[in-house]
Design a protein around this ligand. Structure first.
Ligand code: NAG
Ligand code: NAG
Ligand code: NAG
Ligand code: NAG
Length: 396
């Protein structure tokens, strides 16, 4: 009787101990997870090529890359002379890069970071970027991308010039779109496909589409998705082994609500059909992004990493920004922080909170600096002996 009782106690204690141990190990696994999943393995990746697509939140990514380059004193493949992009919309050539020809032994110089607008042309990119470069880009649902493009390039693109609204354009695009104007109409159809260096007027035949998507998969280690920006940043950070603050950014180059058109669902559908190549591209990489998020991070880690990213952005918003929100350019008191304006779009920027200490001011300024100004700043650092880039809006 007595021995049965003590046996039961021992058994009970044993079960309890196992439960505690499992609980403890589980907790420990959570703590160890970032280490186990490769976050801390090896130094951060510093050779990076970002294909900057148009109207896809890519200006925000550019700011992240510029800040990283400056922080680590990395070399950046900047546009030569007074140019503000790398030859876009023409196919990229190595000679569009400042200093590309200055390498020793007659070979072009290699850079760490490349991220300015260009039309992708791999053999030429490889002339200025090292072999172990990490390639990535960003895509957006063409239903929204085309709307942004229309507002931004309204007066510039022949296909958009003579039509009042995007809806009217989408009802009969053939009336306005001349596919002989390959380059000047690039913003009006399959613009992301064009940026990747492909024929944006090609018929969307299955075999062709699959072959080009396979090309992209082979070259680019990651395609970010603008609609899932924070999840994309979490995966990017994981793959590049960067710190949290490296990938925290404010939204740059956004439009005021007044200049964003809300298309009805039918028009979105028409836009996706008109830009069928871009839609296929987007649809494919939206799927693979989610598959990878699940495979490489898992739902629990993804949730917690996204929450950390958002919390840090909120902290920095409160620290750096006046009123915590983007401002109309007329309201931006510091001329250096006013973004470039285009078409009918009202491009927003930020005012900094007054009274910041020097170190904080330095960090906050870099987070809100519009891309042209930041490019001119990096150019001056990298090529102190060359004439400064004249950014028109800085000289008014
Ligand atoms: C940054 O890099 C350049 C060129 O690689 C070098 O000349 C310079 O001394 C570096 N500056 C700092 C602060 O490390
Ligand atoms: C399209 O553009 C080409 C080249 O400028 C021009 O020759 C042709 O007439 C245009 N077609 C139409 C329908 O406007
Ligand atoms: C992108 O993928 C997500 C997750 O699978 C899905 O919820 C979303 O609808 C997709 N977006 C589009 C536009 O298909
Ligand atoms: C902060 O910057 C101002 C202006 O550049 C300078 O005069 C001041 O000495 C700096 N303060 C500190 C603590 O470095």
């Amino acid at each position: 009787m007595n021995s049965t009782w003590s046996l039961q106690v021992v058994l009970l204690l044993l079960v309890l101990a196992v439960f505690l141990l499992v609980g403890f190990l589980h907790m420990d696994m959570e703590l160890l997870l970032p280490l186990l999943s490769g976050q801390a393995e090896g130094p951060p990746v510093t050779n990076v090529m970002f294909l900057k697509t148009h109207k896809t939140a890519s200006s925000t990514v550019l700011n992240i890359l510029y800040r990283f380059a400056e922080k680590h004193n990395l070399s950046t493949a900047l546009p030569a002379g007074g140019r503000v992009h790398l030859g876009y919309p023409w196919l990229f050539l190595a000679r569009y890069v400042e200093g590309a020809e200055e390498g020793s032994t007659g070979t072009p110089r290699r850079f760490n970071i490349m991220c300015n607008h260009l039309r992708f042309n791999l053999p030429e990119v490889q002339k200025v970027m090292p072999e172990d470069t990490f390639y990535f880009s960003i895509l957006r649902d063409p239903g929204y991308q085309l709307e942004s493009s229309f507002t931004y390039y309204k007066g510039y693109v022949p296909a958009f010039r003579h039509v009042k609204t995007l809806q009217a354009f989408l009802e009969s695009p053939e009336r306005f779109y001349n596919d002989s104007l390959v380059v000047s109409n690039a913003y009006a159809r399959n613009n992301m496909w064009f940026d990747l260096g492909f024929d944006h007027n090609a018929p969307p035949d299955e075999g062709y589409v699959r072959a080009r998507i396979a090309d992209v998969e082979q070259r680019f280690q990651l395609m970010l998705i603008a609609e899932h920006f924070d999840e994309s940043m979490v995966l990017l950070r994981h793959l590049l082994r960067w710190s949290l603050d490296d990938v925290v950014a404010f939204r740059l180059n956004s439009r005021s609500a007044r200049t964003v058109a809300h298309l009805p669902p039918e028009s979105r559908e028409l836009a996706r059909r008109w830009c069928a190549l871009d839609w296929r591209l987007y649809d494919h990489f939206n799927r693979t992004l989610w598959a990878r998020l699940h495979a490489e991070l898992g739902p629990r880690r993804l949730r917690s990493d996204v929450a950390r990213l958002r919390a840090r952005r909120q902290e920095l918003t409160e620290l750096c920004l006046q009123d915590g929100a983007p401002q109309n350019q007329a309201q931006i008191t510091d001329r250096l922080l006013r973004p470039f304006q285009s078409g009918e779009a009202d491009i927003l920027g930020y005012n900094l909170r007054p009274g910041l200490d020097n170190a904080t001011l330095r960090m906050c300024r870099r987070m809100v600096m519009p891309e042209l100004q930041y490019m001119a700043h990096l150019y001056a650092l990298q090529f102190p002996e060359k004439p400064r880039k004249a950014i028109p809006l800085l000289e008014e």
